[in-house]
Design a protein around this ligand. Structure first.
Ligand SMILES: C[S@@+](CC[C@H](N)C(=O)[O-])C[C@H]1O[C@@H](n2cnc3c(N)ncnc32)[C@H](O)[C@@H]1O
Length: 229
């Protein structure tokens, strides 16, 4: 079975030989993929809801991986021991939900050596949170699937200097490495700001606001980044 480019990209940021927790596992496709790639010693697949846990149990049984992957129902990292959380993957959720899970799981993250995160939105807020909580982004990748880009990032414990504002949005590693699809990805961010500015153009008060100037500045920086500056 093919698990798709998005999950393959998330798996590519998980090192070999680790104990991994997949939070919000749904069908447990990520831990199954990692086990098939012989990358993990063990995995805990957690989900807050009963239906996804049942789906996860079914997938694990289907692939005969019950000895490697344990499925647990719970909120975030609540059902996980620190030693099990060497690598923590959280994918397919909004940035705010990911931040909540990381905040509530501070104790379980004490031995964690790497986070692998794929937010559906809120990348700017997530990068700010990671920096403020001493997680250093060391790798970022783009995955294009089902007509949209997904950003996947890996962070390790560490302190990082604040970036220029626009890199919280674009991704510091993506901006440095400009992988395939990078310019098209930045174009999607540019269109977002163009849309926001267009709707603000209907109101003089909005046009004169600090927010408008901030969005216009970001749009300008995105144009410069597209042109390699
Ligand atoms: C869209 S699915 C993503 C599934 C998988 N991680 C992926 O990327 O394909 C989101 C899953 O996260 C689960 N979820 C949402 N909030 C959660 C939380 N606080 N703790 C654990 N699971 C959560 C949902 O029940 C759902 O199964």
């Amino acid at each position: 079975m093919s698990f798709g480019v998005r999950l393959e990209t998330i798996a590519s940021l998980v090192p070999v030989g680790v104990a991994v927790v997949d939070v919000g596992t749904d069908h447990a496709y990520l831990p199954v993929l990692l086990a098939q790639q012989q990358k993990i010693r063990q995995a805990v697949a957690t989900d807050i809801a009963a239906g996804p846990c049942q789906a996860a149990e079914n997938t694990v049984a289907q692939y005969g991986l019950g000895g490697v992957i344990s499925v647990r129902q719970g909120n975030g990292l609540a059902q996980v021991a620190p030693a099990e959380a060497e690598v923590v993957a959280i994918a397919g959720m909004g940035g705010k939900t990911i931040i909540n899970i990381l905040e509530q799981g501070a104790e379980q993250l004490e031995q964690t050596t790497r986070l692998v995160l794929q937010p559906m939105n809120g990348e700017r807020e997530l990068r700010h949170w990671l920096q403020e909580h001493k997680w250093k982004i060391v790798e970022e990748r783009l995955a294009y699937e089902a007509n949209r880009f997904y950003v996947v990032m890996a962070a390790v414990p560490g302190v990082e200097q604040p970036y220029e504002d626009i890199y919280y949005e674009v991704g510091p590693r993506l901006a440095a490495e400009r992988p395939d699809g990078f310019v098209d990805y930045v174009q999607t961010l540019l269109h977002k700001y163009q849309g926001l500015l267009n709707s603000m153009n209907h109101s003089v008060a909005a046009q004169e606001s600090a927010r408008y100037r901030e969005f216009a500045e970001r749009k300008l920086r995105l144009e410069e980044i597209i042109h390699g500056n």
